[in-house]
Design a protein around this ligand. Sequence first.
Ligand SMILES: [Ca+2]
Ligand SMILES: [Ca+2]
Ligand SMILES: [Ca+2]
Length: 155
Amino acid sequence: MLDVWGADTDVVVTELLYNPASVNDDEEFIELYNKGTRKVRVGGWSFTAVDYVFPAGTVIDPGAAVISAKKPSLYPTLTAYGPWNNGTGLKNDGETVTVLNAEGAEVDSVPFDNVGSWPKLTAGESIVLIDVAFDNALPGSWQLGPIGGTPGVHP
Ligand SMILES: [Ca+2]
Ligand SMILES: [Ca+2]
Ligand SMILES: [Ca+2]
């Protein structure tokens, strides 16, 4: 069978809720979107910044957005991959979130921040990639999302 799976790089980070309104920040999530036309296998994929590995066999459908959540039980109506282990989470003052494939190679990377040209949020707001054709490593490719974000929905 020929090439029935999409490329790893079809999957991009489209939203981060790195500073939820709560003090404990348990609502944090990273949204991944498959911008391609084929399913992408993400089993064994992981992140820098937070400690999580996607289960074997996990697939993201074309045009679908999924989230990895610090505490998936807070998103009972969604497929939320998690929890993040060892107390890891997303820093409120910025850091780099890199998505690694099962071989440990970089798939996507977002060096988000809350200063400079990055969207300056009020706690609770997410940041959302404006267009999946844009380079999500660049601050100008992002805009503020609503309070609580739009987990599992893109755009
Ligand atoms: Ca945080
Ligand atoms: Ca907070
Ligand atoms: Ca979203």
